[in-house]
Ligand binder design. Structure first.
Ligand SMILES: Cc1cc2nc3c(=O)[nH]c(=O)nc-3n(C[C@H](O)[C@H](O)[C@H](O)COP(=O)(O)OP(=O)(O)OC[C@H]3O[C@@H](n4cnc5c(N)ncnc54)[C@H](O)[C@@H]3O)c2cc1C
Length: 599
């Protein structure tokens, strides 16, 4: 773990909404260590030599993923997060994240590697017995065994617990008999080990480790997918499969804990990976814009293109700030729990569980930033963007899945608010006091004070506090008014989650920029200060719009008017010239011929 990580104060999950943080508390990717840099460079070489030249071939034959996984295994990329005592490298989440981000360049192959190291292997690391860990993890670390995760079924996707796959204990008590069918299983074409969820006696949702060699396991044909064609996706069938009792994973009836915990950390990792993809698309867009001439001018020189490039970079950098912030929090939590003598299961799952709200927010944020970036990158390529001879068509197709798997973005939006309310009900965070203070503030004279003129981020700090009030105004008002009915008012939940995402992104970007200013001075960091201001400007508009729509869905008359006045007050920000900022951001990338804000 980096020294920086050890000295920072982490907020508890969801607390960002009610507590302030300082720049000293945030981990930023610029704190990467020499060792992490070396691993990152090695991963870049791996992508450039093993994946990039073979993208077309891989898209036509996902089974070639076997060779790629073998090579990744030889380089140690598959065992980074596996504890050393079980044959892995035992690296912390930060190191894993630096590598995952680069692996995010690899299109469908990234998904294959991510499914193997993440949802395929993590259930065994986190919940396996020591015997199961010893048996499977060393071979999963080298790639000798390849893993898949079988949760979804044809009839149950988002409603994962509605699974029909059944397991019944044999009369002699030596094995379970598994029957059922799983759908959309990544790596199914070549996986040797399947983590499968099934119901014992029809109702006890439970995890199992199933080997390909067990009689009765078979797979369907490759799915004909719109994107990530180089990853294998098939149905998996279980026909009277005898699974030895020692292959039961975790506890009987507690499979939901495994399934959801794995998805928590999976959501964080998804965000991490998609940001690598976003930077790559941005690099390609900048290079193309510099080369392509129209009207005897490189298109990069047109304001419309600079606007796109600037905005793509600002969103990517902001999401990246949020992603590494959460990475450090999870890391710290894991280390804290380990130091407190918790079991491997407890300390490895504790981090992602604590930050489940942030993991859900990051999943939505990252996947939507990537979709925005690849869409604009394609547009910058014009007709060539639409051609399979150029890289953007593949990037565009491959991006889209990220809003669907690891819980759809709708489900993740609802989860984030649901978890926040549960945290509040359990007394883990106090939303009541700040909520009541807002009610009082609405009835009092507005605060017209201006921030200290010498404080570069004074306005943003004030506005950030106000944005949090805007959230509490909308979500708190909805809870008071609708009570238990709120969970059925999904439109309001969606608006509230969008506000939450913007707040988390705003704060993370602000703290990162403040840290950079403190580390390197204002002159060297001016561009980041400006990027933050530009993001704030747009985010506050979005918060206002989401807030208005949320409020109008449950309030009316004088009550609505009063709340709207509050919302207007809480989303007010200074007028800034966002055109100039985006131009400056684009100009820097145009001059450097690529994304240049970190790495
Ligand atoms: C390429 C690919 C790879 C995959 N890999 C794996 C894998 O390795 N292992 C695995 O187990 N699964 C995998 N999946 C499955 C994936 O996780 C599911 O597709 C996803 O969870 C959504 O489920 P669904 O497709 O059944 O959609 P549905 O759940 O039917 O959802 C359809 C739409 O309804 C919305 N919706 C659903 N429920 C609600 C609700 N309560 N309120 C509001 N809106 C709702 C959804 O947001 C979505 O927009 C993969 C899928 C794909 C396409």
């Amino acid at each position: 773990m980096s020294t920086a990580t050890e000295t920072k104060t982490a907020l508890r999950g969801g607390e960002f909404l009610i507590k302030d943080s300082t720049w000293e508390d945030i981990y930023i990717p610029e704190e990467i260590t020499e060792e992490q840099k070396m691993m990152r460079d090695m991963t870049k070489d791996f992508i450039r030599t093993e994946i990039d030249p073979n993208l077309d071939k891989l898209d036509h034959d996902p089974m070639l993923g076997i060779d790629i996984l073998n090579k990744a295994g030889e380089l140690g990329l598959l065992g980074l997060h596996i504890p050393q005592e079980f044959g892995g490298e035992g690296k912390d989440l930060t190191t894993f994240s630096f590598v995952t981000e680069v692996l995010g360049w690899g299109h469908g192959v990234s998904v294959a590697i991510g499914a193997h190291t993440g949802i395929g292997t993590c259930p065994i690391i986190y919940y396996g017995t020591d015997e199961q860990r010893k048996k499977y993890l060393p071979k999963l670390a080298t790639g000798e065994l390849k893993a898949a995760y079988c949760l979804t079924e044809p009839w149950s996707g988002s409603d994962a617990l509605g699974a029909k796959t059944k397991a019944e204990l044999s009369a002699d008590g030596t094995h379970y008999v598994l029957n059922g069918q799983k759908m959309w299983i990544t790596n199914a074409g070549f996986a040797d080990v399947f983590v499968v969820f099934a119901k014992i006696d029809g109702d006890k949702f439970t995890g199992f480790i199933v080997e390909k060699g067990f009689e009765g396991v078979s797979t369907g044909a490759e799915e004909k997918k719109m994107g990530i064609k180089s990853s294998s996706t098939r149905q998996v069938f279980f026909n009277n499969v005898k699974v030895p009792v020692e292959n039961l994973l975790g506890e009987i009836g507690k499979g939901h804990k495994i399934a959801f915990q794995i998805l928590n950390i999976g959501r964080y990792k998804l965000c991490n990976g998609v940001l690598g993809g976003a930077k790559r698309a941005l690099n390609q867009a900048v290079k193309y814009a510099n080369e392509r001439q129209q009207f005897k001018t490189p298109i990069a020189q047109f304001g419309a293109i600079k606007h796109k490039l600037g905005e793509m970079a600002i969103r990517t950098w902001t999401a990246e700030s949020a992603s590494y912030r959460v990475c450090d929090w999870i890391n710290q939590e894991e280390h804290k729990l380990k130091a407190a003598g918790k079991t491997m299961t407890e300390y490895l799952t504790g981090g992602a569980e604590e930050y489940q709200i942030e993991c859900a927010l990051l999943k939505v944020l990252g996947s939507e930033v990537l979709d925005f970036v690849v869409d604009e990158a394609l547009q910058i390529h014009g007709g060539y963007g639409f051609s399979e001879e150029y890289p953007m068509a593949r990037a565009y197709r491959d991006s889209r899945i990220n809003r669907i798997f690891e819980g759809t973005n709708e489900i993740n939006r609802m989860l984030s608010i649901d978890a926040l309310l549960k945290f509040a009900m359990k007394g883990k965070i106090d939303l009541m006091t700040p909520g009541m203070n807002i009610q009082k503030e609405l009835m009092s004279v507005p605060d017209f004070s201006s921030p200290d003129a010498d404080d570069i981020f004074g306005a943003e700090r004030k506005v950030l506090k106000n944005a949090k009030k805007a959230f509490l105004l909308v979500a708190g008002g909805a809870v008071q008014k609708l009570m238990m009915q709120l969970e059925k008012e999904q439109e309001i939940l969606m608006h509230a989650a969008d506000v939450l995402i913007d707040i988390f992104a705003m704060e993370s970007a602000l703290l990162r920029a403040e840290k950079l200013v403190n580390l390197h001075g204002l002159e060297a960091s001016q561009i980041y200060v400006d990027m933050v201001k530009c993001f704030f400007f747009d985010a506050l508009d979005r918060i206002n719009t989401n807030g208005k729509q949320g409020l109008a869905a449950f309030a009316s008359g004088d009550e609505l008017r009063l709340m709207m006045m509050g919302l207007k007050r809480f989303t007010k920000y200074e007028m800034i010239n966002t055109r100039d900022i985006r131009r400056a951001v684009a100009d820097k990338m145009i001059a450097e011929n690529g994304y240049c804000f970190w790495d």
